[in-house]
Design a protein around this ligand. Sequence first.
Ligand code: ATR
Length: 292
Amino acid sequence: MSDISQIITADRYAVAGNPVEHSRSPLIHQHFAQQTGQGVSYSRLLCPMDGFKAHIKAFAAGGAKGCNVTVPFKFEAFELAARRTARAELAQAANTLRFDADSDGGWLADNTDGVGLVRDITLNAGVPLAGQRVLLLGAGGASAGALGPILEAGPAEVVVANRTVDKAQAIVDRHAALAAQHGVLLRACGLDQAGEAFDVFINATAASLSGSGVPVGPQVLKPGALALDMMYGTAAQAFLDWARAHGGVARDGLGMLVEQAAESFTLWRGIRPDTAPVLAHMRALVDGHSAH
Ligand code: ATR
C-alpha cells in the first residue's frame, strides 16, 4: 500500500490538550505505525479550556478510534469514559481513551503514564525498583498516575512528598490497599520531611516549570541514586544539573513519554511496538534542539 492510500484508510487518533502544539506524540506514534505496519494517523487536537468533552465527542463522532489526553484534561477524560482500567481508577485520571462502541461496553479510559515510567526506569535505565527506597515528589495528576505502577513493581518503601501535605496524604490513602498487597511501606509527608538516601528519586512536580529549583535538599539522594524528572528538554535541565552535581544519575522524562505512548498504542492496536529505536530517534531530536 502506498503512503497516501495508507493515510486515507488509516484509523485516526490524536493527542488532546491545551496547549498541544509542542507535543511529540504525533511523531512517536508515526514511528510506531510505520514499524508495525499499522494503518494509523495521529494528529494534535487543541481543545478549548471549557469545552474538552464536547470536542472529544465530536472527534469520536467523526470516526476516530481513540486519543491521548494531556494537561489539563486528564481528569475530565477519566469522567468521559464508561469503563476505566484499575490503574486509571487509582489515578483518578486518564491519558488514554479508546472509543469502543456502546455494544462493546462503551469508551475505555486508561492511564499509561505510570507503567511508562516504570518500564523506562526498569527496562531502559536498567534500574530495579523491587526492594528499593523510592521518593516521589509531587501530588498532582502526574504523581497520581505514577504511584500505582510503582507500588506494583515491589519497592521496599515509597515516600510521597508534597508542598501541600493533604494532597500527598489523599493519594497515599487511595493507594494504601495496593501498597499493603505488595508489602510496600507507603507514607505521605511535607517537603521538609522527605527523608534521605533514596535509591530512586522521581520529580513529578511542576517546580522546574516555575523555575523555582528542586524543592528538596540533596540529602534525598543516595550516592549513585537514579534521579528522574518527568519533564524533558529545557524544562528538565535545572533538575538534571542538580542531580549530577549531587552524585545522582540524572534522567529526564523522554523515555517515559515514549513508553507511555507504546502502552497506549498497544491498547489501541493489540500490538506492542519496539520502543528502543524510537527513543533513540527522539533523544537525538531533543538533544539536537536543546543544543541550539
Ligand atoms: P500535574 O498534573 O502535572 O501533576 P498539578 O496537578 O498542577 O500538575 O500538580 C503540580 C505539582 O507540582 C503539585 O504537587 C504541586 O504542589 P502543590 O500540590 O503543593 O501545589 C507541585 N508544585 C508546583 N510548583 C511547585 C513549587 N514551586 N515547589 C514545590 N512544588 C511545586
